[in-house]
Design a protein around this ligand. Structure first.
Ligand code: G6P
Length: 494
């Protein structure tokens, strides 16, 4: 496939992210089944049209995540089959499995994820030992593989949009290889405050910041995360933070270069969701859920990847407190909890999944009756069923310890059938946009969360519908396509 690359015009827009728009599963008969990746990035990228390689349009560079993906790369060569990717030119990198696992699991999803979500607490505090050092070396190799591929793909003066904590070193590495490019980095996670960020080894803390500052722009989901990033640059690197007249951090100046800061609060894709939520598979699942809930009962819904920052266990404990303290709800409410598997290669995530299951079982055995099961926990990922639950929900519980944005909080009000009260963590990025209409809670405060659930269940239907309308308007203010184009324009601006 190498010779093909000579005929391929380089791209004007290049997106880089760990997870791409498609994933492959190897079937028993040796064929590959392509599944379309969801998420805002996929719908955002469709905004730049179905430009093929032929017109020097856009290319998406991502990593092969498993054996199915690797096999697809071996079979397809430099570009995946456009039939699998919704027409988008996608280059998937087959990074050696050991390097990938150390970078993705060891550094990105253990250390960097934990730092930005403030998840380290005794006895989970990190130990930066020899194993971490070899994982960090793998993270550098993995970032360099992206930088090499991007340097090859990008046309003269092209815009490159690098996504998330997996790829923090890429902007700096790419700048060294291709000083002509416009490079932006976007963080989908929160950013840790300096005192917490500094638990990283000094050289790692520095390299991550230097890496992002190698780009022309560093963008975040809310102003709070952008400010924290600027504060880390000042505290760790001694960089200068430039501010607007109102005091907002607008850029970071370091070693003679200026990196502009930006905020783009990714919103829900209303058109896609409303259409998708009314397909027959969703209707079927609504019928099944109604059956499970039983007539005349209220429904509290949560939908998360099973992941420590999502705070599912405290959410269940709050629900338990509701049933203990307010017996009037016994038999009158069902908590539908979807906790979908995530990052199961890591023991902390697996242990957390087991704990979620245990706490749900405890509630059911403490309060359940023959004709009423208080918690319905589902762990098998099913997007159609999530949408069905969104449509039915009376209350949605979104209580992360910290979250870059949280799209569930934005999707529920868009799809909700008869209005849904939202109990929302004040530590989710979404709280900055939805805080006026949601019931905000401190995610650590189980008692306060239980009270908020009670209030939400009691909210009268008129008020609930009104609030849901306003929530939906706020939640869809920056749909993925605009979110993507805004970033691109800001990066192109002189
Ligand atoms: C977060 C990250 C994304 C990531 C997603 C799913 O939203 O910001 O970059 O893709 O989690 O996690 P996974 O490890 O399955 O890609």
């Amino acid at each position: 496939a190498e010779h093909m690359h000579l005929h391929m015009p380089p791209a004007q827009i290049v997106v880089a992210s760990n997870r791409g728009p498609v994933s492959y599963a190897l079937q028993a008969d040796g064929s590959l089944a392509a599944g379309r990746g969801g998420g805002g990035l996929v719908s955002g990228l469709s905004a730049i049209g179905q430009q093929g390689d032929g017109d020097g349009g856009a290319v998406w560079v991502c990593a092969a995540l498993g054996e199915g993906d690797r096999e697809a790369v071996r079979r397809a060569g430099r570009r995946l089959d456009p039939g699998d990717t919704g027409g988008h030119p996608v280059r998937m990198l087959d990074i050696p499995p050991g390097t990938f696992a150390a970078a993705y699991n060891g550094v990105a999803n253990s250390v960097l994820w934990f730092v930005h979500h403030l998840l380290y607490q005794t006895p989970l505090e990190p130990v930066f030992d020899l194993e971490f050092r070899s994982q960090w070396a793998a993270y550098e190799t993995y970032n360099a593989a992206f930088a090499d591929a991007l340097a090859e793909e990008a046309a003269d003066g092209a815009c490159v949009l690098v996504q998330d904590y997996h790829l923090t070193l890429v902007p700096g590495m790419l700048r060294d290889r291709r000083p002509d490019l416009r490079i932006g980095h976007f963080s989908h996670t929160p950013w840790a405050p300096p005192d917490y960020y500094r638990l990283l080894p000094d050289d790692v803390a520095e390299q991550v910041l230097r890496g992002i500052l190698g780009g022309d722009r560093a963008a975040f989901l809310t102003a709070r995360w952008a400010e924290a990033f600027a504060a880390c640059c000042a505290a760790v690197l001694g960089a200068e933070v430039l501010r607007s007249a109102e005091g907002t951090a607008t850029a970071v100046r370091f070693e003679g270069r200026t990196t502009r800061l930006g905020v783009h609060g990714l919103g829900a894709d209303a058109d896609f969701l409303r259409e998708r939520a009314h397909r027959p598979d969703v209707e079927e699942r609504m019928a099944a859920l109604r059956e499970q809930i039983g007539p005349g009962r209220k429904t509290i819904v949560r939908v998360d990847r099973t992941e420590l920052s999502k705070n599912i266990v405290r959410g269940l404990r709050a629900y338990r407190r509701l049933l203990e303290e307010r017996p009037q709800w016994r038999g009158r409410v069902v908590h539908i909890a979807f906790a979908y598997p995530s990052r199961q290669d890591l023991a902390v995530y697996r242990d957390y999944t087991a704990e979620v299951e245990r706490v749900a079982r405890e509630i059911n055995s403490a309060f359940g009756k023959e004709d009423w099961q208080p918690v319905a926990l589902h762990v098998k990922d099913d997007f159609a069923r999530s949408l069905a639950a969104y449509r039915l929900a009376d209350v949605a519980l979104v209580n992360p310890i910290r979250d870059g944005m949280n799209l569930v909080a934005k999707e529920v009000p868009v799809v909700s059938e008869h209005g849904c009260a939202l109990v929302l963590s004040r530590e989710a990025g979404a709280a900055a946009e939805l805080g006026d209409e949601a019931l905000l809670v401190n995610p650590y405060d189980v008692e306060a969360t239980a009270r908020a659930l009670h209030e939400a269940l009691l909210m009268d239907t008129g008020e609930r519908a009104e609030r849901t309308k306003r929530l939906a308007a706020a939640a869809t203010a920056l749909p993925p396509a605009r979110w993507f184009m805004d970033q691109l324009r800001a990066l192109q601006a002189p």
